[in-house]
Design a protein around this ligand. Structure first.
Ligand SMILES: C[S@@+](CC[C@H](N)C(=O)[O-])C[C@H]1O[C@@H](n2cnc3c(N)ncnc32)[C@H](O)[C@@H]1O
Ligand code: SF4
Length: 417
C-alpha cells in the first residue's frame, strides 16, 4: 500500500525506489572525512522494563551485563583502531536502557574511548531518577561526565501512573543535584498524555528548573506498535493547541529553544545526542551515520557479544546513501535544531543548499514553515509543529518498522522502507 510517507519520500528524493537496507558483514569503518563526528554508546539494561518504552533494553542480569561491557569495550577498540591517530570528535553520549547501571565501569569505558578519540564538547549520560544518588553521580563525574539527562516523565502522579512509573520526589532530587554538580542537568518529560493540560506542563517545567535543571526535553508520546502497554494518545487538534501554548510559555519566560523539543534556562546548557551531522555508534541497537552510509547494530545482546568475540562488527543493516537521500537525512536532523546553516551544508556536501533545494525552500517559506536570514533557514512555530507531525509519521512508518524487525531477527537479510 502506498502511504503518505512514501509520497513525501518520492517527492523529496525524486525517485520511486524504496530505501533498501542490506546485511553487510564488514570489518572496517572509515570516518576520516567526518569533521563533526559525535559518539554514542548504548547500554541496554534496566532495573525493570517500562511497557511504553520502545528502546532496545532488557532486565539487568549480572552475568549478561559483564559479558556485554567486555564486548562493548572490544567494539570501541575495533572501531577506534580503524583510524590512524586520535580522531577529534564533538561529544560522547551514553543512552539506553539505563546506562548509569554501568556506573562501576563507566570510567573504564571512557578511558577506552579516550585512547582513540579527543572529545571537545563534553560527555552526557541518561539517568533514571533512581540513579540520582551521590555515590552514582560522583562515579560519573570522576569518569568525566559533564551532562546528565534524567527521565522524569512527569512529577504529577496522575501522569506517571498512566505510564506505570513510580512517582519522583523533587526535594530529594534537589538535594542530591545540589551536592554533585554538572554543566548541564536536563530533565525528560512526556508530552500529550491523555488529559494533560498546559498547567500540568508548566508545573513540571517550573519544578524542574527550581530543583537544579537548566535544560528540559518535552518528548511527544509515541505509541509504537510493538510496545507492551498501550497508552491512548491525545488527538491532533488538542496536541497542536497544547504545543503552541507550551512554546508561547517558554518564550514569555525568556527560556531558550535549543531544538524542537528542548528548552534551556541558560544559553550554555545543551543536551543533544540527536542533531549530529555524522555519528558513530557502539553497543546493541546503536546507529552510525557517516557521509555515505547508515548502519544499525543488532538488537540482540547475545548475538552482539557473539559477533564481537569473533572480532566482527555487530552491524545488522546498512543503507548506502544516494546523494539526495543523504542530503534529506542531513536536513531532517539538522532542522531538528530549528536552524539549517547554509555554510555548514556547503561544507558538508560541496554544493549550495539553494541549488539543490531552492524550490522546496521557496515552498516552505510560502507555507510559513521557515524564515530565512542571511540565507540560513529557521523553523517558525508553525514549521516546528509540522516538523513534529512529519517526525511522528517518519517514526511510526520507518523506525517502528526497522526496530520491530530488529527486535525479532538479530541479523535480517534485507529490509525495504
Ligand atoms: C532511555 S530513557 C531515559 C533513561 C532512563 N532509562 C529512564 O527511563 O529514566 C529515554 C527517554 O525516552 C522517552 N521515552 C521512552 N518511551 C517513549 C515513548 N513511547 N514516547 C515518547 N518518549 C518516550 C522518555 O522520556 C525517557 O526518559
Ligand atoms: S523508559 Fe527507561 S527505565 Fe523504562 S524501559 Fe525504557 S529505558 Fe528502561
Amino acid at each position: 500500500m502506498f502511504r503518505l510517507t512514501d509520497l513525501v519520500r518520492v517527492l523529496l528524493v525524486r525517485s520511486f525506489k524504496p530505501f533498501t537496507f542490506t546485511n553487510e558483514y564488514e570489518k572496517t569503518v572509515d570516518y576520516s572525512d567526518c569533521n563533526r563526528l559525535g559518539l554514542y554508546i548504548h547500554i541496554p539494561f534496566c532495573r525493570s522494563v517500562c511497557g511504553f518504552c520502545p528502546y532496545c533494553k532488557e532486565k539487568f542480569e549480572k552475568q549478561k551485563y559483564d559479558r556485554y561491557i567486555d564486548s562493548l569495550i572490544k567494539e570501541i577498540h575495533l572501531k577506534g583502531s580503524c583510524h590512524e591517530g586520535k580522531k577529534v570528535v564533538t561529544s560522547l553520549y551514553f543512552g539506553g536502557g539505563t546506562p548509569a547501571m554501568a556506573a562501576d565501569r563507566i570510567m573504564e569505558i571512557v578511558d577506552t574511548v579516550n585512547e582513540y578519540y579527543t572529545i571537545t564538547e563534553g560527555i552526557g549520560i541518561e539517568l533514571h531518577p533512581d540513579d540520582v544518588r551521590p555515590d552514582v553521580l560522583v562515579k560519573l563525574k570522576d569518569a568525566g561526565i559533564t551532562k546528565v539527562s534524567i527521565g522524569i516523565q512527569s512529577f504529577l502522579g496522575k501522569h506517571s501512573s498512566i505510564l506505570h512509573r513510580p512517582s519522583v520526589d523533587p526535594s530529594l532530587l534537589a538535594e542530591v543535584l545540589g551536592q554533585v554538580r554538572f554543566e548541564t542537568v536536563s530533565m525528560d518529560f512526556i508530552f500529550a498524555l491523555p488529559g494533560q493540560t498546559i498547567d500540568d506542563l508548566k508545573y513540571d517545567i517550573e519544578t524542574a528548573f527550581s530543583i537544579g535543571a537548566n535544560h528540559v526535553a518535552i518528548y511527544p508520546f509515541i505509541d509504537f506498535s510493538f510496545a507492551d502497554r498501550k497508552v491512548k494518545s491525545m488527538n491532533k487538534k488538542e496536541k497542536r493547541v497544547l504545543m503552541d501554548r507550551m512554546t508561547d510559555y517558554f518564550e514569555e519566560k525568556g527560556y531558550f529553544r535549543k531544538s524542537i523539543w528542548t528548552f534551556a534556562s541558560c544559553r550554555e546548557a545543551d543536551y543533544s545526542s540527536m542533531s549530529r551531522e555524522t555519528f558513530l555508534g557502539f553497543g546493541c541497537s546503536a546507529a552510525t551515520a557517516l557521509k555515505d552510509r547508515f548502519d544499525i547494530n543488532t538488537f540482540s545482546v547475545e548475538e552482539y557479544c557473539n559477533r564481537i568475540e569473533r572480532s566482527g562488527f555487530p552491524t545488522a543493516l546498512t543503507l548506502r546513501f544516494k546523494s539526495r537521500q543523504r542530503m534529506l537525512y542531513y536536513l531532517f536532523w539538522t532542522a531538528y535544531s530549528m536552524k539549517v546553516d547554509k555554510k555548514a551544508f556547503r561544507d558538508f556536501f560541496g554544493v549550495s543548499l539553494y541549488i539543490k533545494f531552492g524550490f522546496e525552500i521557496l515552498f516552505a517559506k510560502l507555507l510559513g514553515y521557515i524564515t530565512t536570514t542571511d540565507g540560513n533557514l529557521y523553523l517558525t512555530k508553525k514549521g516546528a509543529y509540522y516538523f513534529h507531525y512529519y517526525e511522528s509519521f517518519y517514526t511510526l512508518s520507518y523506525i517502528d518498522k526497522m526496530w520491530g524487525l530488529l527486535r525479532n531477527e538479530a541479523f535480517p537479510e534485507e529490509m525495504k522502507l
